[in-house]
Design a protein. Sequence first.
Length: 106
Amino acid sequence: MDKNNEIYRVNSIANFNFLIKKGSVKTLIVDEYGKEFITSVARKGSLLGVYSFQTNSKYIESAFSLEPTKLIRISRTTFNQILKENQVLLQEIAQLLFKNVIALKN
């Protein structure tokens, strides 16, 4: 994927999570005045799009590639199955989500 490609858009159904294999991605929100706020910059090895484990949940931000980027797209069903089979990974994801919630509150 080239620079500035959209990976997912806020409020679209979050059917996939993404693992960055190469490159970097910015996540952002846009306020009611059109001002862009970057919420994170993720690099190789980062997991994107993990906001809920429920069906039909929506992305809470948008994501765009910052440079040529390679991603692995993981369906929600596959991701949930992986977590069921790997409790250590589940705990790490839960900790990551907790940190994200704290960061958003601040």
